[in-house]
Design a protein around this ligand. Structure first.
Ligand code: 9D3
Length: 263
């Protein structure tokens, strides 16, 4: 899959695209990400990318002509992209379902907004406008990286173990169950205690069931934990969750709040 990114801060993409799952996918060639500096598409001596808004008001607006030239250059080199996505606070919300949909496209251009906005005429060349959530960021670069990361995970070969992509929370609509690793007992200083006296120590343990070797019980415990956590922290997710028979039963029991009988 190919991404072309247009930004005034190309350096913001260097490390995130060189580390971890994305880094490996890029070096293997499974992912091809080209980052374009918008200033390279200016024609003036000072490489100006922004200007004052017509009609007055605070802040600066990204000029349209360098953006049009950048999009023309990308199209001249790789043909018409399947999507030109502009990151913007006015965009529709980016979700896991959107990430899955976009992962089936061969070539995506990401246009990163900055300043107070982008000249409206740029939307002529934009197929979708995307926001990553209701909080104010300084620009569209971090959102573009979020989109590349979430989309790429669904591209075959990017994540080593395909099962972990399928089982990811939000794909299933449930939060993760708690995880533990060795040691089975962990001596820790009591919170709020200033010294490291043994009397102030406590032992944190791992739930017995996980050490039991009873895999049917472990599966049930994990389902119960995932569902109770989701019910407590993100009840909104349960409406769209794909639950099996056993999970629906656990949910009913938890929602029942321990009530029995007719009332
Ligand atoms: C809606 C806020 N605007 C009111 C005048 C100003 C403004 C704030 C922040 C304009 C641009 C930005 C920069 N943010 C993005 O470009 C952005 C963003 C975000 O701030 N939050 C969540 N998703 C995104 S995607 C792009």
């Amino acid at each position: 899959m190919k991404f072309d990114v247009v930004t005034i801060f190309p350096a913001m993409f260097e490390r995130p695209l060189a580390e971890g799952v994305l880094g490996r996918a890029v070096s293997r060639g499974t992912l091809d990400v080209t980052v374009h500096d918008l200033r390279d598409f200016t024609t003036d001596r000072h490489r100006v990318v922004d200007d004052m808004p017509y009609g007055g008001g605070p802040g600066m607006v990204l000029k349209p002509d360098p953006i049009f030239r950048a999009l023309d250059a990308i199209e001249a080199e790789h043909g018409s992209p399947a999507a030109v996505i502009m990151t913007s606070p006015q965009g529709t919300r980016f979700t896991q379902a959107e990430a899955q949909r976009l992962s089936r496209l061969p070539h995506i251009v990401l246009l990163c907004g900055r300043y107070e906005g982008v000249d409206e005429r740029v939307r002529e060349r934009v197929s979708e406008e995307v926001s990553i959530g209701d909080y104010v960021l300084s620009g569209g670069e971090l959102p573009a990286l979020v989109i590349i990361d979430a989309v790429s995970r669904h591209v075959p070969g990017v994540v080593g173990d395909e099962r972990s992509v399928a089982e990811d929370s939000f794909s299933r609509g449930l939060l993760d169950f708690p995880q533990y690793t060795r040691p089975a007992t962990l001596a820790v200083r009591r919170t709020g205690s200033a010294n490291r006296d043994v009397v102030d120590a406590e032992t944190l343990t791992v739930p017995e069931v996980l050490l039991s070797g009873n895999h049917a019980e472990i599966r049930r415990w994990r389902k119960m934990q995932a569902i109770s956590r989701t019910l407590e922290r993100r009840p909104d997710l349960l409406a769209g969750a794909a639950l099996d028979e056993e999970e629906r039963h656990i949910l009913r029991v938890l929602q029942d709040g321990g009530h029995h009988g007719r009332d």
